[in-house]
Each structure stands twice: as C-alpha cells, then as structure tokens.
Design a protein around this ligand. Structure first.
Ligand SMILES: Nc1ncnc2c1ncn2[C@@H]1O[C@H](COP(=O)(O)OP(=O)(O)OP(=O)(O)O)[C@@H](O)[C@H]1O
Length: 468
C-alpha cells in the first residue's frame, strides 16, 4: 500500500538523518580515545577505551531490553483502553447480567499489569543510568590516578593532568548526549512502529486513481452476475442479477444469513464484488468515488445508533449545511416533530450515549428524518421496522413512504406485510435467488415465499387471538 511505503520511507530517512547528525559525536569520541593512546599514554587510552566500551554495551543492552518492555507496555495500554471502552459501550449488558464486579476486577487486573510493566521499565532505565554513572566515575578515578602517578614519575606534566581532566569531562558529556539521543530515538521509533501497525491495515476498498464522481440522473440500479465472498472459498452471493428501474422498489426476503444485508453493503461499496458488476445509471460503482456514491444513497438501518448530542444535531447529520427550517421540515416528514416539542429542551434535547434516552421508534424516526434531509436518489431500508411493535411499525410506514416516494428503493424485510407493494420481491436462499416477482405472482407460484406468507399470517392470527 502506498501509505505504508511512504511512512516506512519517512522513518528510514529520519533514521539516516539522525545517524548523519551523530557522526561528529562518534568522530569526537574516536579522536579523543586515539589522542589519549598516542599523545598521552597507551594504558590511559586503553582504560578510557575499555570504560567507553563497557558504557556502550550497558547502554545497548539496557535500551534493547527497555524497548522490548516498552512494546509490551504499549500493547497492554492498548488492550486496557479497548477493554474499558468495550465495557463502557456495553454498560447495559454488564448491568443486565450483574457483572459490574467482574468488569471492575478485569479492569483492575489490566491496570496492575500495565503498572507492573511500567515499573519494570523504570527500574531497568534507572539501573542502566546508575551503571553508566558507575562506569564513567570509575574510568575518571582510574584515569586520574594513572595520570597522577605518571605526573609523579615525571612521565607526564601537570599540564597533561589538567588537560586529561578537561578532555575526559568533555568526552563524557558527548557520550552522555549521544546515549540520551539514541535512547530517545529508539523509544520514539517503538511508538512510531505502533502507529505504522495501524497504517499497515489494508483498506478494504479504495478509489481507483481515475475515479469520477457518480452522476445520478434517474437512479436505475442493476446487479449483473454478482459473486461475492468475505472469506476465500466461502461464497455468500452467487450470480446475483436484478434490476431496479428509476423510482422502483425491490425487496429482499429470505432466511437469516441468506446474504440480504450483504447486497446492501455491496451497493454502498463497503466491499468490492469478487466478480460481476453493480451499475448505477450506466456507471460501474467501481469506477466512481466512494464519497459521491454514498452521497447518492440514504440508509435507514435496522438499529439506529445516534451521536451523544442533541436531537437537532442528530437530524442535521443527514446534511450538515441544513438550516433550522429544513431540520423542522424533516422532523415533520418523519412524524417526530410533535414528539420533540413535548421534550423540555425541544430540539436541544440530549439523546444520551448511542441515543439511549429515546425509544426504538423515536430513534428510527430520527434516522428517517436524517434521510429525508439528505434527500438521496436511492434509499436503502435495511429491516427498518423489524425492531418495532406492529402499531409503531404502522405509524412509521407512512414516514418511510415519504422517504421512498419518487426514489429508487431497496428493502430488506422480515415482516412480509411491509413489502407487499414492492415492484419486485426477490427471495434469497444461501446466496442464490430462488424466486422473484410481485407479491401476487409469488403467492400464485405457491413456493417458498407463499409458505413464508402463510406462516406469518397464521402467527399474526394467533397473536391477535391471544391478545383478544
Ligand atoms: N464481515 C463478515 N465477514 C465474514 N462473514 C460475514 C461478514 N458479514 C457477514 N458474514 C456472513 O455472511 C452471511 C450473510 O450475512 P448477511 O448479513 O448478508 O445475512 P442476512 O441475510 O442479512 O441475515 P439476517 O437476516 O440475519 O440479517 C452470514 O453467514 C454471515 O455470517
């Protein structure tokens, strides 16, 4: 992937740049050690060189081990963040099962692992610092004693002694700076590696370099011999072909796992088809930008998840440039305006995390209002009313009709009563189309759809009898 190449090149260039900037320091150290050996005394030079070698070995080993610990710490910190986020997002499930203590224990364990890891790395770095100081001071002591001895035996002058002390202090300040710099770089490289891991994630779908904007004129959709699998050799859709004329409605029914929602995901290009094509108004969706494609499609999903903000904000999300009047119109169209006016803060009412302060029907209406505001050419209703009771569903149907009117619509439904007016009903089973036609045609066919219809009728009758 281009992004990875670029970032990897970036890191390589950074490492090269740093190495170059360190050359003077390395040169400085090399010259100093040689100077001691040649000009002063061989044993003095050897002492300084040996201590320097020990210093670098300690530094290398300590930093390498410290980096390993840091990698583990980063992994633990990520896991801790994911775990806490997951428990907070699913707080209702935690409460349903009374598992608060279990979650708290898990969190405490994760915090303790992180704390222990950080403590270990701090101990390693502190030990390394002490060892390095010990090596430097020992070398200073041995060097000074050796130098003093040579002055006493008249092999060196007092001036040599002063020069040695000045040199060695300067040398060790360079070495110290070098060590600090290398340590900081290595530590940051470990962190960058963490970011690169994220960049390495392959993008499921990317725009082709010459991708154009999708131009929707009528909103005609056609699937041509579409074959798709999420995992190799496990086909989900097999040779799916159908057409939706401009403004027409096609509904998909079938058992759970048949591939109905997958068709919607392919139309939105969350995945690319393995073979075949999806055409909108004569343009293959592979050749257009994902942004323009998704702008043309409005989705009313099965479970509407709202932002933890106001109702007004959540409706406005359908078209961020909307004026207040447009939002009110959309709310009226979705039949939620009167309900919003009964709230104390009206459109400024906070909906809570994921919209938990609203009922299922209200959330669904917000989703419809958003789609009305977006005013797309194509609408997808993915089991938009399956989570609602029959009465709420009947009320919402009117709003849905408003969203779909004059727009090409693709629906997924479990309740067959919601799709009887569709221009075409397609029955899917194990990724294949097994029946298609209008409601009355399919009933006449007396096949899978007809038996599903009879089953739903009898269960509806049973429910009515039980409630009366
Ligand atoms: N991201 C994914 N990776 C792998 N397999 C997946 C993925 N998403 C869905 N599937 C599988 O693809 C199959 C079809 O899923 P899909 O959601 O399209 O079914 P569906 O007909 O909409 O079912 P339902 O009516 O229960 O929502 C299922 O067997 C599912 O397990």
């Amino acid at each position: 992937m281009k992004v990875i190449d670029r970032s990897a090149n970036g890191v390589n260039s950074l490492v090269h740049l740093i190495c170059f900037s360190m050359l003077p320091t390395i040169f400085d150290i090399f010259v100093s050690v040689s100077y001691f050996s040649i000009v002063f005394d061989f044993w003095l030079g050897l002492t300084v060189f040996t201590c320097m070698l020990i210093y670098f070995v300690v530094s290398y080993k300590g930093t390498t081990y410290g980096n390993k610990l840091r990698k583990v710490d980063l992994k633990t910190a990520n896991e801790l963040r994911n775990k806490s986020l997951d428990s907070l997002l699913n707080f209702e499930t935690v409460k349903y099962f009374g598992n608060e203590k279990y979650e708290i224990n898990n969190f405490e364990k994760a915090v303790k692992t992180l704390y222990d890891g950080e403590l270990k790395s701090r101990i390693i770095y502190a030990t390394m610092d002490s060892l390095q100081n010990f090596v430097i001071n020992t070398s200073l002591l041995i060097g000074s004693l050796l130098c003093a001895y040579k002055v006493r035996t008249n092999e060196l002058t007092l001036g040599h002694y002063v020069m040695f002390s000045t040199y060695i202090v300067q040398l060790y300040s360079s070495v110290d700076w070098f060590d600090y710099f290398v340590r900081a770089i290595q530590r940051n490289l470990v962190d960058i590696e963490n970011v690169l891991e994220v960049l390495k994630e392959e993008q499921e779908v990317s725009d082709s370099p010459d991708a154009r904007e999708l131009e929707v004129t009528d909103g005609a959709i056609s699937f041509n011999n579409v074959f798709f699998e999420y995992v190799p050799n496990q086909p989900i859709l097999k040779n799916i072909s159908f057409e939706v004329p401009p403004g027409g409605t096609v509904a998909f029914v079938g058992p759970s796992g048949a591939g109905k929602s997958t068709i919607m995901r392919l139309l939105l290009r969350f995945y690319d088809v393995c073979s075949g094509s999806i055409i909108i108004d004569g343009q293959n969706i592979k050749d257009v930008t994902q942004e323009s494609l998704r702008k043309a499609i409005g989705v009313v999903p099965q479970d509407t998840v709202l932002f933890n903000d106001t109702i007004g904000y959540n409706i406005k999300y359908g078209r961020l440039q909307s004026e207040e009047d447009d939002i009110i119109e959309a709310a009226k169209g979705a039949d939620i305006h009167d309900k919003i006016l009964t709230f104390k803060d009206k459109f400024a009412t906070e909906v809570g995390e994921r919209g938990l302060r609203l009922s299922g029907g209200e959330k669904q209406r917000v989703a419809i209002a958003r789609t009305l505001l977006k005013s797309p050419h194509i609408v997808i209703l993915d089991e938009a009313t399956s989570a609602l009771d029959s009465k709420t569903e009947q009320n919402i149907q009117k709003s849905l009709q408003r969203v779909c009117s004059g727009r090409t619509t693709i629906m997924v439904a479990h309740r067959l009563s919601t799709i009887i007016h569709a221009d075409q009903i397609i029955v899917l089973s194990e990724g294949k189309i097994i029946e298609r036609g209008r409601h009355s045609d399919l009933l006449e066919m007396d096949g899978v759809y007809a038996s599903m219809w009879k089953l739903q009728l009898s269960s509806n009758n049973r429910n009515e009898m039980e409630s009366s």
